[in-house]
Design a protein around this ligand. Structure first.
Ligand code: GLA
Length: 707
């Protein structure tokens, strides 16, 4: 039983290796109820958890109340001065005074259990439900909040939940920041006293930051130490506020939306947040990442154990100038390399010759495809390839038939400009008619061409985002648009169970645990330079599994960075995720094509382990020095070893593996030599790529089999 009642107002939520104890405290003087976290750490017996509830509370001084950092959802109201997780106004009155209205335990599918704590305002007809879900096979705890309005109320903050990080002598935070073509840059540093906000105000997850933060006590390493992680499963605007109070106490509150939005609920309406996920791990950052990856496989991804096909995408080769002859030519070469899925990117529809027109006009480009797409797509399929197309259903060009017919379908505000970004606006997916239209053409497109794959792009953040007819409730489009996108993806998949979807937003602008429920992989960055990609992949892997990480081998010099790199290095970097090829194959030499075919064949022998195995980031800062990443699944061990700077004298020469069975024998695929797991972990191997002196950008693939 994952939810254990300790007494009538305390519960222990137990996961395989952690315990989370909460209780509702009721102020004897005011009657105010404050659900609190009293423990989040190593797994406790019910008896020990009960003892925790009897321990003295944190000291609360008379001037300030650091006690609120422990609350599951600190509200704006009463004696609290921190950043609230819930803030509402009834007419001109801000502030909440909540009373306990009950608590319910629900058994759910797959051995999961949910605890709902019900609260209600002391005066206004306003209910709050805190929901917590625990499962027996993951340490990730899911929490979300529902508010129900009995009378009109304006909600200016509604986080999914607040998490308290237990006391430690010092704290560090970890997270990723980024920009277009430079996403997922890992940053880690001392947690300042004050409020540290990671946020997106863009209506999409954004390149700027990703919705997660990990806190440790300054001592965690890659494989050891306690780490507390919090992630918001949401693909619109979001905010994660980590607070370290001057009086002590650290908490992280996370949820959708950003400051300034005002969600007005009419009587009878409710608002449900997405989930905020909490993970406690004792296995360092690597252990935390593996627990997140396992959670993604077990409870998020729609096709978690499928082997992802090797894809070819024509974007970098042809950009908008898509033609049948040239795509068929590329497909022929791709098929001969062992590619399994061919995706035609932007440029096949409307009058799409550049990025200034046609989003919304999802019919074949009349000049380039006067007879439709079938000739091209059937030709590709005849080569034995699966077929995919690029789409941007939320995009709307002013220069399009759709915009001329439905200017009101764009997100817009009354008496404000409609600023374009990348020559486009955003379609309002909160509207029923827009979703119906989108599902209609997507369904027809997938049906008519028997598409196996869609790359679903979203190339601009929201600006002037509104829906004037909705009046006071129009800020809700910031939520409903995202839910609308989820809904169209869900319905499309339901109609086409074989369809796979890749999430893209101008590169890695939509990577999160919300979109991963509806998509099979995500495009982490438009930057395909292998060195830069290593840094991006390092940040990506902190939370998301390799099976969801699309990675292409493109041309050298790289079109974005102009950096030249050997084909093998480019392949070995892309082989750390879902391998794809995105170069202009018509310009590759026969020697390059031969090497590519050989490496694709090698990838197919290891991809199940790379995509679905336990991932260990072994050593070094990827892309900047010697580094390696290891994957283990069943009896296969796969290690990708990199050395970008051949002359570097400093840095390791031996590579110690990890996560193996010390007693077992492992056979190296290259020379058949056999070593004990203990030897491989204790003494290590000497990868050729790591030995000086040699060329820059040496890399290798090491494969071992457990006997
Ligand atoms: C975005 C994507 C690219 C490509 C282009 C097409 O930038 O991230 O991969 O699909 O759009 O316009």
């Amino acid at each position: 039983m994952p939810v254990i009642p300790l007494d009538d107002h305390h519960w222990a939520l137990t996961t395989p290796s952690s315990t989370y104890v909460i209780g509702v405290e009721i102020d004897p003087d005011t009657g105010e109820a404050a659900p609190r976290q009293t423990y989040w750490g190593p797994r406790l017996s019910p008896e020990a958890a009960r003892q925790v509830t009897g321990l003295p509370r944190r000291h609360v001084s008379s001037f300030s109340t650091p006690g609120e950092v422990e609350e599951l959802l600190p509200v704006d109201g009463g004696t609290r001065w921190g950043s609230p997780s819930l803030q509402v106004a009834f007419g001109h009155t801000r502030s909440l005074e909540l009373r306990l209205a009950g608590a319910e335990r629900h058994e759910e599918e797959g051995g999961a259990e949910r605890l709902d704590v019900l609260l209600a305002d002391a005066h206004h007809p306003f209910e709050v439900v805190l929901s917590l879900r625990v499962r027996q096979d993951t340490d990730v705890i899911e929490r979300w909040t529902t508010v129900r309005a009995g009378a009109e109320v304006a909600v200016t903050r509604l986080d999914s939940g607040n998490w308290f990080v237990p006391d430690a002598p010092a704290y560090r935070y970890s997270g990723v920041f980024g920009a277009w073509a430079e996403e997922s840059q890992l940053q880690r540093g001392p947690l300042p006293v004050g409020e540290l906000v990671f946020t997106s105000r863009q209506g999409i997850t954004s390149h700027v930051a990703n919705p997660w933060v990990m806190i440790d006590a300054g001592e965690a390493t890659e494989e050891h130490g306690e780490v507390w992680g919090v992630a918001v499963a949401w693909s619109g605007s979001w905010r994660l506020t980590t607070t370290q109070r001057p009086e002590g106490g650290v908490c992280v509150s996370g949820g959708f939306g950003h400051e300034g939005l005002r969600w007005t609920l009419a009587p009878g309406e409710e608002l449900v947040t997405p989930s905020v996920l909490g993970l406690y791990s004792t296995g360092g950052f690597g252990g935390a990442s593996r627990a997140w990856h396992a959670y993604a496989r077990g409870h998020v991804l729609p096709t978690p154990f499928e082997e992802r096909p090797v894809l070819y995408n024509s974007w970098e080769a042809t950009t908008f100038a898509v033609t049948e002859a040239q795509q068929l030519e590329l497909a022929k070469t791709a098929a001969s390399l062992g590619v399994e899925l061919f995706v035609i990117d932007d440029g096949w529809f409307g009058r799409r010759d550049d990025d200034t027109t046609s989003l919304g006009d999802w019919f074949p480009h009349r000049e380039r495809f006067p007879d439709g797409l079938s000739g091209m797509l059937d030709g590709i399929r005849d080569l034995g390839l699966r077929v995919g197309l690029w789409v941007e259903p939320e995009g709307l060009s002013k220069e399009s038939e759709l915009y001329r017919a439905h200017p009101d379908w764009a997100l817009h505000l009354e008496h404000r400009r409609r600023d374009e970004k990348r020559g486009q606006l955003v379609l309002n997916f909160a509207r029923d008619d827009v979703r119906e239209w989108a599902l209609g053409w997507l369904d027809r497109l997938v049906t008519e061409h028997r598409l196996d794959y869609l790359k679903w792009d979203m190339n601009r953040p929201f600006t002037q985002a509104g829906w004037p007819e909705r009046g006071a409730g129009q800020d809700l489009v910031w939520i409903e648009h995202t839910r609308g996108v989820y809904e169209v993806m869900r319905a499309l998949r339901e109609r086409h169970p074989g369809l796979r979807i890749e999430s893209c937003a101008g590169g890695g602008g939509r990577v999160d645990y919300g979109i991963l429920r509806y998509t099979d992989e995500v495009w982490p960055s438009d930057n395909t330079d292998a060195r830069d990609r290593q840094t991006v992949q390092h940040g990506f892997s902190q939370l998301y599994p390799a099976s969801a990480m699309s990675a292409w081998v493109t041309d050298s010099p790289n079109p974005t960075t102009r950096r030249a790199m050997p084909l093998r290095y480019r392949f070995h970097v892309a082989m750390a995720g879902v391998l794809g090829v995105g170069g202009n194959l018509s310009e590759w030499t026969s020697g390059e094509l031969e090497t590519a075919a050989e490496l694709i064949a090698q990838y197919k022998r290891v991809r199940r382990t790379v995509q679905h195995g336990a991932q260990y980031r072994l050593a070094g800062t990827p892309g900047q020095e010697r580094s390696a990443v290891q994957y283990v699944l069943d009896d296969q061990v796969v290690v990708l070893v990199y050395n970008p700077l051949g002359n570097a004298k400093r840095g390791p020469r031996t590579l110690r593996l990890t996560g193996l069975d010390p007693e077992a024998l492992y056979e190296l695929e290259t020379d058949g030599s056999r070593l004990h797991g203990g030897t491989l972990m204790g003494a290590g191997i000497r990868p050729a790529a790591w030995q000086p002196i040699g060329a820059d950008h040496r890399s290798e693939l090491v494969v071992l089999r457990k006997l």
